[in-house]
Design a binder for this molecule. Structure first.
Ligand SMILES: C[S@@+](CC[C@H](N)C(=O)[O-])C[C@H]1O[C@@H](n2cnc3c(N)ncnc32)[C@H](O)[C@@H]1O
Length: 340
């Protein structure tokens, strides 16, 4: 699953899971409560762990449900099978609805701003058509919860591919880019059977920490000030299937209630403390970059209060959102905290 997502660990999965496997026997359980694209969750599942995946936002939960819980293609009885479900998405009747008006090149945003060029008019109407179709299927009870997630997963992936942005949804490009002029695509995904017993939940790690009954927790918090809720507002709207007020020129949904404390320099240290205080697991692994909001010495002093800390490092090439390499490589850090 290729996905432009801040902090996506796909390239580091082998290293992260390899380090976890040094201390945790296969077959144990691991929680990934800030799962994002669910790439680490999936790598852990492939390695033979049982995984609890979670995130504060809704679209990562959709990805995690699809990737971890759909161990084979769902039956999609109402649509005639998985391939037919994809065909149904390709052929959905366009609708000039919320996405067309708020995020399409030919739209008329409700707040009177200029059309927002996130999508071509054709793609925006296609997205609206699929959203309307999914809503109908789910309200009539024609699809299961997993089938519902798989359809939304495909819609999010397809939408992301044609979004007229330079990496995140903070703003759109001034002219429709070449990818934005392509049609939405719905190619089959590979459903992977994994041996573990997995669970997917939604909410903040601060909320869930005390309830996680697992052998280890892997934390991958945001490390810059960029809030995921604002930067991926369109994916969140697709996942929530709602039509929120689209504010300002960029059309952001109200997102401050989903703001992460890990993104604020003043609050990030406290967010780490709260999370660690509530966890009752023997092992905690934390990915955190050397240029994070919490400086290395402060993080070490926080972690040392909870257990014996081992710092593992791996050189990692940083990419800009346009795919170019940014300032060579940084050291990616993985902290292992063995609870006292
Ligand atoms: C660095 S990304 C995780 C990337 C993920 N490991 C991957 O490979 O795609 C951080 C994730 O943490 C989530 N997040 C931020 N604050 C959170 C919180 N307090 N509780 C739970 N999730 C949070 C964000 O929504 C985002 O998906």
């Amino acid at each position: 699953m290729s996905y432009r997502y801040l902090g996506n660990k796909t390239r580091l999965n082998d290293w992260i899971v390899g380090e976890i496997a040094r201390v945790l026997p296969l077959g144990s359980s691991v929680a990934d409560p800030m799962c994002g694209t669910a790439s680490v969750s999936m790598a852990l599942a492939r390695a033979g762990y049982s995984v609890i995946a979670a995130d504060a936002l809704t679209f990562p939960v959709i990805h995690a449900r699809t990737r971890l819980l759909a161990k084979q293609a769902p039956a999609f009885k109402a649509l005639g099978g998985y391939d037919k479900a994809l065909e149904w998405m390709r052929l959905a009747t366009p609708v000039e609805g919320y996405f067309f008006q708020e995020f399409g090149e030919a739209g008329k945003p409700a707040n009177g701003r200029a059309p927002r060029l996130y999508f071509s008019a054709t793609n925006a109407a296609h997205i609206d058509g699929i959203r309307a179709g999914i809503r109908k299927l789910s309200t009539s009870g024609a699809i299961t919860k997993i089938e519902h997630s798989v359809l939304l997963h495909h819609l999010i992936m397809a939408t992301n591919k044609v979004a007229n942005i330079s990496g995140t949804y903070g703003y759109f490009l001034r002219k429709l880019s070449r990818p934005a002029l392509q049609s939405l695509t719905f190619d089959p995904i590979e459903f992977e059977w994994t041996s573990g017993c997995h669970e997917v939940i939604q909410g903040t790690v601060e909320e869930h920490a005390s309830t996680l009954r697992v052998d280890a927790v892997y934390l991958d918090p945001p490390y810059t000030k960029r809030q995921y809720a604002g930067n991926y507002h369109i994916l969140e709207t697709l996942a929530r299937e709602d039509e929120p007020i689209a504010a300002g020129d960029g059309g952001l949904r109200p997102w401050t209630d989903q703001a992460s404390d890990f993104c604020y320099r003043r609050k990030a240290g406290q967010a780490f403390r709260e999370t660690l205080e509530r966890l009752t697991v023997p092992h905690v692994f934390i990915s955190y970059s050397e240029d994070g909001q919490v400086q290395e010495d402060e993080l070490l002093s926080i972690l040392n209060d909870y257990g014996k800390v081992t710092l593992l490092e791996q050189p990692y090439t940083r990419y800009r959102s346009n795919g170019r390499v940014k300032n060579g490589s940084v050291l990616e850090r993985l902290y292992h905290v063995e609870a006292y």
